[in-house]
Design a protein around this ligand. Sequence first.
Ligand code: MTE
Ligand code: MO
Length: 353
Amino acid sequence: MTGSVTMAELQLATRNHGMPLETLRYPVTPVGLHYLLIHYDIPVVDPSSWRLGIDGLVDQPVELSLADLKAMPSATRALTMECAGNGRAALDPRPLSQPWIIEAVGTGEWTGVPLQHVLSAAGLAPDAVEVLFTGIDRGLEGGEEQAYQRSLPVEVALESGALLAYELNGSPLPPQHGFPVRLVVPGWYGMTNVKWLSSITAIDTPFAGYQQRAAYRMRQEADDEGVPLNRMAPRSLMVPPGIPDFFTRARTLTPGECVLEGRAWSGTAAITAVEVSTDGGRTWSAARLDSAPAHIGTWQGWRFAWAATPGDHELCCRATDATGDQQPLEIPWNVGGYANNAVHRVPVHVVGP
Ligand SMILES: Nc1nc2c(c(=O)[nH]1)N[C@H]1C(S)=C(S)[C@@H](COP(=O)(O)O)O[C@H]1N2
Ligand SMILES: [Mo]
């Protein structure tokens, strides 16, 4: 990491916290430990007067209350969500934004109405190409005043298994995660999952608002058109073994058998392998994978028995998915600091016998 973190970055980092890595031990992240990313302010929403508009190119525009949504067929899905900026702080120079190190991830058990159900009931017109999701929250970004908005191609809206979620881990959504209703799309990076929904609009041209035209694109130069980010690149994380030093968080452990464990996911295809290195990435051995999750993009546990010997070691893990995509040792820099899925490295000190 180069240069000091600025007060503006620290302000964002204290508002938007990551998931402490030791809580990778939970298959479903307890509410309050899931990471948070809020671009503007958390809106206070009165659930009795809140309405979700379904409009634009639909046969039957409607305004749904929370009770209307809760009366529709529902589904519950455990889905892993990761911010596209996870890993940004490791790039050099560090792109100035939310300075995530590596913890911008969590898995929630989301309950809600399948988006497909709501769109089919409204009747999408044949000329609809995208579905636009608008949040209640407003702010300034890149000098533009805006509501937080993102769109999905019609096929993704209908076929991805997306939910209009009103519960997280069996309770109403907490304010910070999008109360009363948010979008969740299996396998896509965090920015896709619009919180505090106010409307869903079918449109006939690809949406070119700020969050799609300016943000969330892979670029080498600020004025490149860039390539939009969508699905999460493969990543694995490790529960840091041993005990931490309070201030530096350096890890100490005792010699002997140590079971390394963690979780891995990819938004594109099933995880086919997680490998572990105990020598900084020179040699790799296969970890044992838990059974496969129900949805692509939901994390999967892994473990590896390590005979820890006294001295300093750099533990690493890397995931590969069924397309052959594997986490790299380093990733090339990009303007927005997105999709840095370089292998997770955990330096440890094993004490003498
Ligand atoms: N309305 C709205 N939706 C939003 C955001 C936002 O600021 N406003 N942040 C997005 C980003 S960048 C991420 S990574 C996820 C974070 O979701 P979480 O805070 O529930 O983990 O929400 C997305 N949805
Ligand atoms: Mo994000």
